[in-house]
Design a protein around this ligand. Structure first.
Ligand code: ATR
Length: 277
């Protein structure tokens, strides 16, 4: 009997040509023998709603959503998972059996899996500093709080945005908020860079005394070579310095799980990307 046509998935962004998602999902599909294809869709914001609805009513079963569409996707779907509702952003859409659209957000769980499973960190009782108070930070706060750190500080250029996030999560955790220059030691066990400052080749100005030889410094950004944040961490002899490749692969695996009902093995993909990046 001939094989049925492959199920269709893809990623929507603008621009999106640089995306690693086709490579990652292609490896997941091959290794777990799933009959599916995964394509890139470059869609401008003005066309987002119409084009995404067209894709999802003409055979596409699921989509990843990347910049700049994550908030628009949250407004487009019929229902949000609790974590997508908290993040106010959707990075995964799944077409449901009743043809409705479910919006999920796997970014936060992707980061936590990279930190706890791949890097073997136990965040319970630890001091965590997050730089930045934009969409990326909002997406990772709830799963970060679930790890039960002792201290969670958000530092941001615009302190009001950090305060606003602390307010959103105040029933779950007392998050401290401040501007970069006001961050206080002792050193943090984990420092996450969730600003987009690296894109402009910049690093927020932080006081001394925040990094020790036990600190893990994690830049959500990925790409080849060092970033201003990883250079800063290296100059201060941080114990471990990571970029967001692992988060990228783990968030993809969570999307794959939502669509296909099985969690792919991420190790071969992490190893393949480590060779490329
Ligand atoms: P994202 O979805 O990537 O989080 P965003 O919502 O635009 O994007 O947030 C970008 C974050 O990077 C914000 O915390 C922003 O600080 P402000 O809230 O003060 O704008 C931060 N950011 C961007 N450029 C920066 C820079 N050059 N120095 C420090 N912080 C910067």
């Amino acid at each position: 009997m001939p094989e049925p046509p492959p199920d269709q998935y893809g990623v929507v962004g603008h621009p999106v040509a640089h995306s690693w998602s086709p490579f990652i999902h292609g490896m997941f599909a091959k290794n777990s023998r799933q009959n599916m294809v995964y394509r890139l869709y470059d869609i401008e914001p003005a066309q987002f709603r119409r084009e995404v609805l067209r894709l999802l009513t003409s055979g596409v079963k699921g989509l990843n959503i990347t910049l700049p569409h994550k908030q628009a996707a949250a407004e487009l779907v019929n229902a949000l998972s609790p974590r997508a509702a908290r993040a106010q952003a959707v990075n995964t859409i799944a077409l449901q059996p009743d043809h409705s659209l479910l919006g999920d957000n796997t970014d936060g769980i992707g980061l936590i899996r990279d930190l706890t499973v791949n890097l073997g960190l136990n965040l319970a009782g630890k001091r965590i500093l997050i730089l930045g108070a934009g969409g990326a930070t909002r997406g990772i706060l709830a799963p970060m709080i679930e790890q039960q750190p002792s201290v969670l500080v958000i530092a941001n250029r615009t302190v009001q945005r950090a305060q606003a996030l602390a307010e959103v999560f105040k029933d779950a955790f007392v998050i401290e908020s401040c501007e970069f220059r006001a961050v206080q030691g002792p050193p943090y066990d984990l420092i996450v860079n969730a600003t987009s400052a690296s894109l402009q080749g910049q690093m927020p100005e932080l006081p001394p005394g925040l990094v020790s030889e036990d600190s893990v410094c994690y830049d959500l950004a990925y790409g080849k070579g060092r970033t201003p944040f990883t250079q800063w961490a290296a100059a201060l002899y941080a114990a471990r310095i990571c970029k967001g490749w692992g988060m990228l692969v783990e968030q993809a695996a969570e999307s794959f799980l939502l669509w296909r009902g099985l969690r792919p093995d991420t190790q071969p993909v992490l190893e393949a990307l480590a060779r490329k990046a």
